[in-house]
Structure formats: structure tokens, C-alpha cells
Design a protein around this ligand. Structure first.
Ligand SMILES: C[S@@+](CC[C@H](N)C(=O)[O-])C[C@H]1O[C@@H](n2cnc3c(N)ncnc32)[C@H](O)[C@@H]1O
Ligand code: SF4
Length: 392
């Protein structure tokens, strides 16, 4: 008798490796690109989609980048119709990342009618001078205008990305941006402290002593973020992520999470499987992690020969994988319920990681409850350092 076919994968990420121009802080794989390469990329992406479609039944889809909204109407039409033909569209949550400079009414309507129901917009700041310093192509006016365009196209699930601890940003300027962004009325807010990524112009400035990183100011900004977002009715559910609780007809609520939390990201933090398509994307499918080449030319060449452009593939030892899953999941405010962690990884946090949890509890960064371990507010601020302890 033939073995039963495995459950299809329920989560799809697609990386779009192009931007209008590169921002000064960004290390994501993307390039300012010519129309010709984008056209070739779309063809390659559709081939890759065909190769994995039979193993996919996505509940969540996320087009990230780069700047997916840079693709023109015709390119989006090709992608949307291929997804329909291959029966991988129509996910309960389908997000596309947009840069405010590349949102038009026609594109917004096309995406909405093609099944996209969530937009994540990279606002970063609403201060003109800081937008300029970050190398952003959009102005504050474009952020407000694009938000209206998306609402008019029927999007009722919008995220805004903000950044804080930007060199030159005062607490006052951060408060203004926070107030204005919150007043826009999005369903979700993601807010990241600037990371000085190697090989970026901002990193060079830091190392040349031309900008300073002020840790105390960054802490004060984070406090301000948590307080203002919470007072405005958002629920924090991850270190940098806040969502409203308004109802959404297409989804059942998940206990412990606000209704408008990003299901796609929750799947990552909870150690779920996903396919990642496009250059530089990672997949995690049935215990095997693969990574695609971070080279769009090479990606296209391989797919034109009918093969996925896999750079590396590894099956992690189960304890190492469980350690990563612990570390990721602790970014969530609800922490790790012991039973859920055991079901996901096969390990008990209270055995393998008892010493680490005690250490964090003693230093005020963690809290051991009867049914779970979670980081405190202070621990969440330093979640990356806390998570390191759990890696094996
Ligand atoms: C891959 S970007 C996609 C959004 C879209 N490309 C845009 O920027 O408009 C996702 C988010 O990561 C954040 N981000 C990127 N680089 C960062 C860095 N070095 N430090 C902190 N946040 C960063 C930004 O808030 C950005 O909106
Ligand atoms: S932040 Fe967004 S728009 Fe800027 S370079 Fe990175 S991916 Fe592109």
C-alpha cells in the first residue's frame, strides 16, 4: 500500500528582491533594479511556485522584500493568476509589503481583488528629516496618502512599520511620529529599534564615530512605544508587534492573541513549517531547512533550467532545532506554554532549559508560571540576549 501523502505546508513566504533604492540601514537582500531583471524574476518565481504548488495549501501568505509593491500591474496580474491556477491563493491571511512611494489606487484594487487582504506599509518615521537620513524614497505625505488609498481599495487589515532610536531622533520627535501613526488607525503596528547591520552606510557612520547609539534613549523610546500603543487600544503580542482586537470575519480568534496579530509571523515564532520562494528565502519543511541563493541572476538561471535555486539544505539535530524554537517563541508576550512547546518540539522546557529559565527569573528578565515561561517587560526589551541562552 502506498504511504499516505504528507500534510501540505500551510504557510508561504515570497521574497521580492527589488527596491526603488536601498535605504541606509537595510541589510535585507534587495537591489535597486532594472525593469528587465524584474521581468525575468517574475518568470522564475512562477516556475518555482509550480515546483512546490502540489505541497502547498497556504493559510497564510506573505510577500516581503525588498519592495513587493514595486512590481507593476502586469507583473502582479501574472502572479495572481498563476496563484489562482495553481490553487495556492485565497489564504485566510495574505499580506503584501508596500513602500508608501509605490502604492497606486489601481495596484491596491488589483491586489485586493486578487485575494490579498492585509498590507504592511514601511512608514519608518513621519519626520521628513529622518526619512531623508534613512534614505527613504517616500515623504510623510505619501504615507498618509497611501494609507487612504489602501482603505479606499477595501483593505481593513493594515500594518504600519516604524523604527526608533534612529540617529538624530529625539524622544519628542519619536512621540510625534508615534502619535501620528497611531492616529492613522491601523489594525497593527510593528516597531523596530534600529539595528546597525554590517555592510550598510549607517553601520559605516557608526564606526566612523559620526553617529552615536544611545542605549538609555532607546530604552526610553521603547517604554514610550509600549505605553502609547497600549493606551491606544493595541495589545502587544511580541517584542516589536502590536495588534488590535477588532473582529475579522475570515478568521477564528487564536486564544491569547489579539485578532489582528500577524498569523504568518506567529507561525514562525511557534516553530511551524513554511515554504520560502524567491532569492535569499529560507524554507522550513518537515524538519529540513533550505536556503535559496541570495543572487537574483543565479536564481533566475537555475529556475530557467527547471530547478529550485537551493544554496544549502540542512536537517537540524532535534535539540538544536528545539533550542531555536524556544528562542524564537520567547519573543512572544505570552511566552512558551510548556505543553505547547513539548508538542511542537518533543522536549520539555522545564528539563533541558531549567537552569536558563531560573537564571532569567533571578535577573528579573523571566517569569516561571505554573503552565509556562515568559519574559518580563524588561526581558522583552532584551529578548535577543535572553534568547541566546536557549540555543543548543
Ligand atoms: C523588509 S522591510 C520591508 C518593508 C518595505 N520594504 C519598506 O521598507 O517600505 C521590513 C521592515 O524591517 C525594518 N527594518 C529593516 N532594516 C532594519 C534595521 N536595520 N533596523 C531596524 N529595523 C529594520 C523596517 O521597519 C522595515 O519596514
Ligand atoms: S527597508 Fe524596505 S525599502 Fe528600504 S532597502 Fe530595505 S527592503 Fe528596501
Amino acid at each position: 500500500m502506498a504511504a499516505p501523502s504528507p500534510e501540505p505546508i500551510a504557510s508561504l513566504y515570497v521574497h521580492v528582491p527589488f527596491c526603488a533604492r536601498k535605504c541606509s540601514y537595510c541589510a535585507f537582500y534587495s537591489e535597486a533594479s532594472s525593469g528587465e531583471l524584474i521581468e525575468r524574476y517574475v518568470g522564475a518565481l512562477l516556475r518555482e511556485l509550480e515546483l512546490v504548488a502540489a505541497d502547498l495549501r497556504p493559510h497564510t501568505i506573505y510577500f516581503g522584500g525588498g519592495t513587493p509593491s514595486l512590481l507593476n500591474l502586469r507583473q502582479w496580474e501574472r502572479i495572481l493568476s498563476a496563484m489562482e491556477r495553481l490553487r495556492v491563493g485565497g489564504a485566510a491571511e495574505w499580506t503584501v509589503e508596500c513602500n508608501p512611494a509605490t502604492v497606486s489606487p489601481d495596484k491596491a484594487k488589483l491586489l485586493r481583488s486578487g485575494g490579498v487582504n492585509r498590507i504592511s506599509m514601511g512608514v519608518q518615521s513621519l519626520n521628513e528629516a529622518l526619512l531623508d537620513r534613512l534614505g527613504r524614497v517616500h515623504t510623510r505625505q505619501m504615507a498618509f496618502k497611501s494609507f487612504d488609498i489602501l482603505r479606499q481599495a477595501g483593505f481593513d487589515n493594515l500594518n504600519l512599520d516604524l523604527m526608533f532610536a534612529i540617529p538624530g531622533q529625539t524622544l519628542e520627535v519619536w512621540r510625534e511620529t508615534l502619535n501620528e501613526a497611531i492616529a492613522m488607525g491601523s489594525e497593527h503596528l510593528s516597531s523596530y529599534e534600529v539595528i546597525y547591520e554590517e555592510d550598510t552606510p549607517l553601520y559605516e557612520l557608526l564606526h566612523a564615530g559620526k553617529v552615536n547609539a544611545d542605549e538609555d534613549l532607546a530604552c526610553a523610546m521603547y517604554e514610550e512605544l509600549v505605553e502609547r500603543a497600549t493606551n491606544a487600544g493595541f495589545q502587544q503580542y511580541e517584542v516589536a508587534n502590536f495588534a488590535r482586537n477588532s473582529t475579522l470575519s475570515s478568521q477564528d480568534p487564536t486564544p491569547g492573541l489579539p485578532n489582528r496579530s500577524c498569523r504568518h509571523n506567529v507561525n514562525y515564532w511557534r516553530g511551524g513549517s513554511f515554504y520560502g520562494l524567491g532569492p535569499s528565502a529560507t524554507s522550513y519543511v518537515r524538519g529540513v531547512r533550505t536556503k535559496t541563493w541570495s543572487n537574483t541572476q543565479r536564481y533566475c538561471e537555475q529556475l530557467e533550467r527547471g530547478q529550485r535555486a537551493v544554496e544549502s539544505s540542512e536537517e537540524l539535530a532535534s535539540l538544536a532545532r528545539a533550542g531555536e524554537t524556544a528562542a524564537f517563541g520567547l519573543r512572544m508576550v505570552e511566552g512558551w506554554p510548556f505543553e505547547q512547546f513539548r508538542q511542537t518540539t518533543g522536549y520539555d522546557l522545564r528539563c533541558e532549559w531549567a537552569g536558563d529559565m531560573n537564571q532569567l527569573a533571578q535577573q528579573g528578565w523571566g517569569r516561571i508560571l505554573p503552565d509556562r515561561f515568559q519574559l518580563t517587560r524588561q526581558g522583552l526589551r532584551f529578548a535577543d540576549a535572553a534568547a541566546q541562552l536557549f540555543l543548543r
